[in-house]
Design a protein around this ligand. Structure first.
Ligand SMILES: Nc1ncnc2c1ncn2[C@@H]1O[C@H](COP(=O)(O)OP(=O)(O)OP(=O)(O)O)[C@@H](O)[C@H]1O
Ligand SMILES: [Mg+2]
Length: 502
């Protein structure tokens, strides 16, 4: 008889991270746990190596240094919101969703060895992922033969794990410093309910920047010792980054570490780096994270005293200076669950399992393009007029009334924007509503635009024309550039089914 506690494969959570990914399940006893990959690791580096000789895509640790760096893809998550981004490997173009699908396919395959095949999963995404990045994540899941039943925001998943395992309650700040991004979220946890108050993020600030600083320190020391620069091939550069990351991790535990740097041909130097050197060189990065913390507190009119606990999430919060700086800032130690790089996946699995009440906030502002007079210059120009501001609690419904500027209009067209900027060039158009109106209208008719944002982060837009009494409502499905159609996804899934992932 099978003595193992039955695993309920219905409850699977995935953290598809910038630098590493993880898959967790919830057992029948209600406890979540990480399912290790076939390489025996709890975290799978989000790295894909395309082997030219064998028809296999390597995902994970083996891909780190397996071969030609030109055929190795890292940090693909940073491009999930870019409709034009592709990676060219051996003459073939790969989109960020397709690369992510390979990572997900490895997680699915390895997990199925232990618990049988899985299909329905909850995938965690950064709170500030836009519609394109969210739809690319869903498409990646489909291509990998998974069904992303829900997307959960990463800080929400992490907080759920803390609430579940450490009984954390009250007003908390989740400080998530991962491989590529920093996310700050303030929320209120009361029993089984989580209310998000605000989410802010810096998309290009994470462990990678700390690694790059170590590389600089090693190169500088090499130059001082040898009197010449370290010469780099692409292979060396890649190996240097791997070495820098390892050095950084050792410095989280020890005060000094010595590394051999260089090549036989150019000469090898043994270089000592102390934690003090590392801290001096990376203080500016940590200061940037604190600025975002202060900005987040200011935005909700709170001070550090209003925060009951700071919860650490992300592998980079193991850096001692992060903990020290937050302790100084808040006057008390932040809380760490230890497995800071696993808690998002574990929380996503709990989210799949529990009927939790989460009230999120809008991740982006929604608005429309309108002719607006500049208060200073008096110039009238097309601007982005915000209807629902970012960080408004959802579900919500908000309206703005505009007046038409032209006579004899046959159609009223409302372009729906996503983004905070006033300048139309810096916002995304995520949909358009067109309302046909009776002929012979004068200018100056009132038109009301209403946006409703539901719990599933779906947006509906309605336009109401007071003159004719006509109205029209649509669901905003992001249809902007870069979104894959169902047919695209089907085709890619069929293709990816034949690809061998290891
Ligand atoms: N002991 C350690 N000391 C310092 N940094 C560490 C340590 N362990 C892991 N890290 C760093 O944590 C980062 C990865 O963290 P994590 O797995 O949480 O990120 P991610 O979820 O992939 O990224 P993101 O959240 O940005 O999408 C890497 O930069 C890694 O080097
Ligand atoms: Mg993460």
């Amino acid at each position: 008889m099978d003595k193992r506690t039955k695993i309920t494969a219905d409850y699977v959570g995935i953290d598809l991270g910038t630098s590493s990914s993880a898959l967790a399940i919830v057992r029948e006893n209600g406890l979540p746990e990480i399912v290790p990959n076939a390489d025996g690791e709890r975290l799978t580096p989000s790295i894909v190596f395309f082997d030219e000789h064998e028809d296999v895509k390597l995902v994970g640790s083996a891909a780190k240094t397996a071969g030609d760096p030109a055929n190795t893809v890292h940090y693909i998550k940073r491009h999930m919101d870019d409709p034009d981004y592709t990676v060219e490997i051996a003459g073939e173009e790969w989109t960020p969703a397709e690369i992510s699908a390979l990572i997900l396919a490895k997680l699915k395959k390895d997990c199925s060895r232990l618990i049988g095949d899985i299909e329905d999963v909850v995938i965690a995404v950064p709170a500030n992922f836009n519609e394109l990045a969210r739809s690319a994540t869903e498409a990646a899941a489909k291509m990998a033969g998974l069904n992303a039943v829900r997307l959960v925001n990463e800080p929400t998943a992490a907080a759920l794990y803390y609430a579940h395992t450490q009984g954390i309650q009250g007003r908390v700040m989740v400080y998530d410093l991962g491989g590529g991004t920093l996310d700050i979220t303030v929320m209120e946890i009361v029993d089984d309910r989580i209310d998000i108050l605000l989410s802010e993020g810096a998309t290009h600030l994470g462990g990678f920047d700390f690694d790059a600083t170590i590389t600089d320190l090693l190169m500088k020391a090499y130059r001082e010792q040898k009197g010449r620069n370290l010469q780099f091939s692409e292979y060396h550069e890649r190996n240097m980054l791997v070495l820098s990351e390892e050095t950084k991790k050792v410095l989280s535990k020890l005060n000094r570490v010595t590394e051999s740097v260089g090549t036989k041909k150019n000469g090898i130097a043994d270089i000592e780096i102390t934690r003090e050197d590392f801290e001096a060189a990376t203080r500016r990065l940590i200061t940037r994270t604190i600025m975002l913390v202060e900005q987040a507190l200011k935005a909700i009119g709170a001070t550090v005293d209003d925060i009951d606990d700071v919860l650490l999430v992300g592998g980079s919060t193991r850096i001692p200076m992060v903990v020290e700086t937050l302790t100084e800032q808040f006057g008390k130690k932040p809380v760490s669950c230890g497995n800071v790089d696993e808690c998002v996946a574990l929380g996503a699995a709990l989210y799949a399992h529990q009927s939790l009440q989460v009230s999120e906030v809008c991740n982006h502002s929604y608005g429309t393009l309108a002719l607006i007079e500049d208060a200073v210059t008096g110039e009238v120009k097309v601007q982005n007029s915000i209807v629902i501001p970012k960080n408004t609690p959802i579900p919500c419904s908000m309206s703005q009334t505009y007046v038409t500027s032209e006579e004899n209009e046959k159609y009223i067209e409302v372009e729906i924007t996503q983004g905070e900027d006033k300048d139309p060039r810096y916002v995304d158009i995520v949909g358009t509503i067109v309302l046909e109106v009776p002929e012979g209208r004068a200018a100056g008719c009132e038109v009301t635009v209403t946006y409703s944002y539901d719990e599933n982060q779906r947006v509906q837009a309605e336009i109401y024309d007071a003159e004719s009494g006509l109205s029209y409502k649509i669901d905003i499905e992001y249809q902007g550039r870069g979104v894959l159609t169902d047919a695209d996804v089907e085709r890619k899934s069929a293709y990816l089914k034949k690809v061998r992932v290891a």
